[in-house]
Design a protein around this ligand. Structure first.
Ligand SMILES: NC(=O)c1ccc[n+]([C@@H]2O[C@H](COP(=O)([O-])OP(=O)(O)OC[C@H]3O[C@@H](n4cnc5c(N)ncnc54)[C@H](O)[C@@H]3O)[C@@H](O)[C@H]2O)c1
Ligand SMILES: CC(C)(O)[C@@H](O)C(=O)O
Ligand SMILES: [Mg+2]
Ligand SMILES: [Mg+2]
Length: 348
């Protein structure tokens, strides 16, 4: 394991050079990895594990759309695709990739099959950290480990197929066998991670929930809507408002930030833009700091978990969620986006 300084702080990072795929295969050679749930992370991780040569099976509710997706991806009923009960029975590493709310309903089924020496794996610290809400309390004689890709399961799979790897965090919550640490790392490598950053279950879930509700998704969507609205109300056309709010962000400037940092992106824009951005950055920070602090408090108090569970366990919630997404899709802003995307002259 490497110790790398980030901003003056020493952190533990696992690289693929020191923990290559061959070592991961060796650590997990006697294990049957049962990926439970085939939503977004399930396919990404299960397919990468399969292609990396691990012994992996999938457990999913029969006759669901995800079951059909698993069949389409080449999992074979009775050989590598089972009901959740049967997969959990057969698996020695139970990879709990059900939705965070779904994990509550299925927990008694998994717990019963988590016999001594097996491992319970998560890609989120949610179920364990908020056990007061989820009742997920594992037996003392199993390992409890985590590898959490920092990105969508879709990106995890895409990057893997391109020969790269998404970075993930990893953690050990319970080390019953003495081998939990190397199992967590081996799973992280097996699912197709690039580098692995050490954390704990609570830090993973607090940062993850803050990030996705904040700049990664919630704040991103909110600030985009606000700027589009201002431009439209001041008489700009939909395409102009969209291009100046989203298209340039995703096609030009954020890729530059990813490549070489914010200062690099700034330095590739005009001096006029740099002056204005540096002047206004503070105002945006000031305006959003209280919101972000409120958000973190809401995560740390368990309120966000409670709401996720309350909504996620309400019958008909998936349809409600789909209706909200449809409203977003059908808004003028994102309908304009659909038209603008058709006009990209680069290959898709
Ligand atoms: N979506 C991502 O890309 C992503 C990224 C990092 C971590 N994670 C974590 O990975 C885990 C899985 O997330 P996801 O987004 O893939 O989940 P998801 O919402 O896509 O659901 C996964 C599966 O759970 C099943 N399911 C839901 N409720 C169920 C129930 N009551 N009984 C049986 N099955 C049920 C669904 O059929 C689905 O196939 C979560 O802990 C999540 O926080 C997800
Ligand atoms: C992909 C994300 C947002 O990073 C993940 O945290 C999720 O919950 O889907
Ligand atoms: Mg998340
Ligand atoms: Mg995340």
């Amino acid at each position: 394991m490497a110790t790398i300084k980030f901003g003056g702080v020493d952190e533990t990072v696992i690289t693929r050079e020191e923990f290559p795929l061959a070592k991961a295969r060796e650590v997990l050679q006697d294990e049957v990895i049962a990926v439970i749930g085939y939503g977004v992370q399930g396919p990404g991780q299960a397919l990468n594990l399969r292609d990396n040569g691990f012994n992996v099976i999938v457990g999913q509710r029969k006759n669901s759309s995800s079951w059909q997706k698993a069949l389409n991806d080449g999992w074979v009923e009775g050989e590598t695709l089972f009901t959740i009960e049967e997969a959990a029975e057969r698996g020695t590493i139970i990879a709990n990739l059900l939705s965070d709310a779904g994990q509550i309903a299925v927990w008694p089924t998994l717990k019963e099959r988590l016999t001594a020496g097996k491992s319970l794996y998560f890609s989120h610290g949610f179920g364990i950290t908020f056990h007061n809400h989820t009742s997920i309390v594992p037996p003392a004689d199993v390992d409890v480990i985590l590898a959490a890709p920092k990105g969508s399961g879709t990106s995890l799979r895409r990057l893997y197929l391109q020969g790269g790897g998404l970075n993930s965090s990893f953690a050990v919550y319970q080390n019953a066998t003495g081998k939990a640490y190397e199992k967590a790392i081996a799973m992280g490598i097996g699912i197709g991670s690039g580098y692995l950053f050490e954390t704990d279950f609570q830090k993973e879930v607090y940062s993850d929930l803050t990030g996705e509700r904040g700049i990664l998704m919630g704040a991103l969507a909110g600030v985009i809507e606000a700027q589009y609205q201002v431009l439209r109300q001041r008489g700009h056309s939909p395409s102009e408002a969209f291009n100046e709010t989203v298209e340039e962000l995703t096609q030009s400037l954020v890729p530059l930030v990813g490549e070489n940092g914010m200062d690099w992106m700034f330095s590739n824009c005009s001096v006029t833009a740099q002056r204005g951005a540096l002047d206004w950055k503070g105002r945006f920070k000031e305006a959003t700091l209280p919101v972000l602090n409120e958000l973190y408090d809401s995560v740390a108090s368990g309120a966000e978990a409670e709401r996720t569970i309350q909504r996620g366990t309400t019958p008909g919630y998936r349809q409600e969620l789909e209706a909200e997404l449809q409203e977003l899709r059908e808004s003028e802003l994102w309908q304009t986006g659909a038209r603008v995307r058709e006009l990209r002259s680069v290959s898709k």
